[in-house]
Write a protein that binds this ligand. Structure first.
Ligand SMILES: [Ca+2]
Length: 236
């Protein structure tokens, strides 16, 4: 990430390959005031989704390649701390979950060149209390989330379920919760999130969730004595 800032928080961190083989990278804004501001700046890699080719170069059709002073790797901007990202198996689009401030965790579908608003707009407030910036949640030219959590769940990894082992889960989107200590199952109608079920409630802080080739759901806990859980249907 460039430039460098001294901080131990909000590094983003998820990697997803697109169908054409380019790599999406989610970066955080390092949580400090200087990095937060840079989430809106096109000469900084903080708080962005980046897209690169296997050799590290920016694809020619990235949205800001012809913008003077902009990093050509930038695909979208205005993000805070995207701890989950997954390819939607139906559309091939990138979906992310952004760990927000208090009351502002978001799910977004990522489209080229769009501004997802952080820190200008948010549904959350500062952890210490008080509004973020002007305290607005909508603004022209900035994307609204598909869904947000208030109170926060502290989202981590995410995965679309497209396997057959749990037929009733097909098409669902799973998101782990850290402070929320559960696994969320979201039901979708296209881009609308129409239902939320909480599983493994108070089991552990959950860091990541993935679907295995066997159709089981694998859940990674985030604890001193962390575990990898495999979820399969009863009797299977
Ligand atoms: Ca947003």
């Amino acid at each position: 990430m460039t430039p460098t800032l001294a901080s131990r928080l909000h590094f983003g961190c998820r990697l997803v390959f697109s169908r054409e083989g380019w790599l999406w990278i989610t970066t955080g804004e390092r949580s400090i005031a200087e990095g937060r501001k840079q989430a809106q700046l096109l000469d900084s890699a903080f708080g962005k989704v980046l897209r690169i080719k296997p050799d590290g170069a920016a694809p020619d059709d990235n949205p800001f390649t012809s913008r003077e002073g902009a990093l050509p790797e930038i695909y979208s901007l205005g993000h805070r701390n995207m701890q989950g990202a997954a390819l939607n198996p139906k559309t091939g689009e990138l979906w992310i979950v952004d760990h927000g401030p208090r009351g502002g965790d978001e799910i977004n579908v990522i489209r080229a060149g769009r501004d997802y608003g952080w820190p200008t707009i948010t549904y959350g407030t500062e952890y210490a209390g008080g509004s973020v910036g002007d305290g607005v949640s909508q603004k022209d030219g900035m994307e609204q989330p598909l869904y947000y959590w208030d109170p926060s769940i502290a989202p981590s990894g995410m995965a679309f379920y497209d396997a057959d082992l749990f037929p009733e889960w097909k098409g669902s989107l799973f998101v782990g919760a850290l402070a929320g200590r559960h696994l969320t199952r979201l039901t979708l109608d296209g881009e609308k999130i129409v239902g939320e079920e909480r599983l493994l409630v108070d089991r552990a802080r959950i860091r990541d969730v993935r679907v295995g080739p066997d159709g089981a759901l694998y859940v990674l806990t985030d604890e001193p004595n962390g575990e990898l859980l495999a979820l399969t249907p009863k009797g299977s």
